[in-house]
Design a protein around this ligand. Structure first.
Ligand code: TUI
Length: 319
């Protein structure tokens, strides 16, 4: 048994939160992670409220354990998703790709716990001051939309800067990663890419195979020029994206809107169609270490058994 504020707050067995992966994190994955003793998350991504209401209701049928909803703040539907989570009284929200400040009070009013992703100390301090319950300090090893700092540098700086518990994310794929995160002062971990390989994850088999085949250096960052960089597995889509980005970057007036539009629909194309050429296979750098599909229960137990063994090994080196 591991002591954690996240476990105490939500009455769960393991201090592990599932990443809010747009298009990927549905009721099947979220309920499986929650049933395994962690905290599952339904990702709203760019979907409208009626789609997510359906996923929330399905998740409630599949688990009696707590689960949350991830709000992608750049979504045109962010306002209605924020309202929806209040109506449905989900236990918590995680937020990404922006500042959830304007929703904070409405979440607090109905008892929805707020767990924003922060890519910097400045936003961490602001969110803590505005009433966040936990923070997710996510390093740029993560997949999808990323900040500038690594997990190794961001987590301890955020932990030192705020009085609320911090969940480490980005690059955590096994028990050694969990042990390292705890050593950096994290209360819990968030895991994305490894849960993509869960048997209960409905992502296209080609997506899972891409992650399994990936080596350590197989992710690239596209969209730096737009201010919304995204990490994903290298393929035809990222190659063409990077070439165009380079060409536009040479111009005095780069067409940022055009570059941004390149990503539209590409994540769905990867997750639903499994289109190896046109799809955007968002993934963290830890993909290089991942070799197989497993159930969420197997993954979660393995994470903490391995972590305990690592900590014991480490402890022995000092005695
Ligand atoms: O949000 C994520 N990961 C995501 S969102 C996503 S969908 C998407 N698709 C195409 C382009 C962009 C997004 C795929 N993956 N992770 C959490 C995260 N949040 N990473 C970085 C941030 C972040 C960045 C800036 C959080 C706050 C922030 O604040 C800026 C501000 O407003 O102060």
């Amino acid at each position: 048994m591991i002591k954690s504020k996240l476990c105490a707050e939500f009455n769960i067995k393991y201090p592990i939160l599932q990443g809010g992966m747009a298009w990927i994190a549905d009721s099947s994955l979220a309920s499986a992670v929650s049933n395994a003793g962690g905290l599952g998350v339904v990702a709203a991504g760019n979907a409208p409220a009626d789609v997510i209401r359906n996923e929330i209701r399905k998740t409630k049928e599949l688990t009696d354990k707590p689960f949350g909803v991830n709000i992608m703040l750049m979504s045109p539907f962010a306002d209605e998703i924020a309202q929806l989570v209040c109506e449905e009284k989900v236990q918590f929200v995680t937020t990404g790709a922006g500042n959830p400040g304007k929703y904070m009070q409405s979440f607090k009013d109905v008892g929805v716990r707020v767990i924003p992703v922060v890519p910097s100390v400045a936003l961490a301090k602001r969110m803590a001051r505005d009433g966040a319950d936990f923070l997710i300090a996510e390093g740029m090893e993560a997949g999808g939309h990323i900040g500038k700092l690594t997990t190794m540098t961001l987590v301890p700086q955020v932990v030192s800067a705020v009085d609320i518990p911090v969940i480490a994310a980005g690059g955590i794929g096994d028990g050694r990663g969990v042990a390292a995160a705890l050593a950096l002062g994290a209360d819990a971990v968030q895991v994305g890419t490894r849960f993509l390989l869960a048997k209960e994850c409905n992502a296209h088999q080609s997506y899972k195979d891409m992650v399994i085949k990936a080596k350590d250096i197989d992710t690239v960052i596209t969209g730096q020029i737009t201010g919304h960089p995204v990490r994903g597995l290298r393929n035809k889509f990222t190659k063409e994206f990077l070439e165009l980005e380079k060409e536009e970057g040479k111009k005095d007036n780069p067409d940022i809107k055009m570059i941004e539009s390149l990503g539209a629909g590409s994540l769905r194309c990867a997750v639903v169609e499994g289109d190896l050429e046109k799809g955007s296979f968002m993934s963290g750098q830890i993909a290089g270490m991942l070799t197989k599909e497993q159930s969420c229960a197997e993954m979660v137990e393995e994470f903490f058994n391995e972590c305990m063994k690592e900590v014991e090994k480490l402890y022995k080196r000092f005695s």
